[in-house]
Design a protein around this ligand. Sequence first.
Ligand SMILES: *[C@@H]1O[C@H](CO)[C@@H](O)[C@H](O)[C@H]1NC(C)=O
Ligand SMILES: *[C@@H]1O[C@H](CO)[C@@H](O)[C@H](O)[C@H]1NC(C)=O
Ligand SMILES: *[C@@H]1O[C@H](CO)[C@@H](O)[C@H](O)[C@H]1NC(C)=O
Length: 243
Amino acid sequence: MRFSTIGLAALPLIVAATQQESPIDQFKNQAQYYANKFQSYIPNPSKSFTVDSAHAAAAKAGGKTLSILRLGDWRDIITSSVKPTRTTPEEWWVLVSGGNKTCFGHCGNVETAFNETAALFAANPTAPHLAYLNCENEPVLCNSWGVGPPTLWIMHVAAPPAPVDIHGVYLNATTTTVKTFTDLHSTESWKETPLYEGIFHPFNGPLAQYGLNVPLGYVLWVFAVVPSWLFMIGISFISRNIM
Ligand SMILES: *[C@@H]1O[C@H](CO)[C@@H](O)[C@H](O)[C@H]1NC(C)=O
Ligand SMILES: *[C@@H]1O[C@H](CO)[C@@H](O)[C@H](O)[C@H]1NC(C)=O
Ligand SMILES: *[C@@H]1O[C@H](CO)[C@@H](O)[C@H](O)[C@H]1NC(C)=O
């Protein structure tokens, strides 16, 4: 075994510097530090990232603005709708969609129905805010939310510290039509679906509170795209360098 002498010499300094903080803060800072470091090494797999951000954020779908969610700005898009003076939460409908790899090419029907619904909702003042998340373009964001297509996430977002309620509605890829969405809105039957309470919850979950769901999203993405033989080479390379 070889140890880095510089690393060992620096250890007491780090310990001294962190002694003032509570263990939970230490953990939080360390997690944040490694999360930032980790992200700086990884290429951004977000494909919709290159699109001109001023125009991509709000694509007009026949009238009602359909926001396109991306890893870098989904939180701003959703929380910017919340006015601190309003007590009722803002309702967001996020269509989680995908393409050939993430939805086996079956999401086109659901997407068309959702886009046509957006046009209908344009004239409806009670309609929710609409957003679109494509897991083919945003694999890390989908992984960090623990969600896959075709799903509709209905969020109720109020000013913090109010928790954000999320109901996940499973959409049948073959039978979903515009009526599915308009019925969902008028009957509010989505309220019967259980609240999303997983550790991947993007607002209230423990991973989100420690800023860990995006790094974990990257890890899951790397596992999904890197073939296993490459992992074996990587592991043997690392172990040979440590031993
Ligand atoms: C998805 O698959 C279909 C049929 O295999 C093909 O025609 C289409 O070009 C593919 N789309 C993309 C974006 O790769
Ligand atoms: C639905 O709208 C989104 C956002 O504008 C777009 O990316 C997607 O291609 C549209 N899908 C269909 C099937 O029209
Ligand atoms: C979607 O609906 C059709 C028709 O009701 C049904 O046959 C099919 O099994 C459903 N698909 C899933 C995945 O539930």
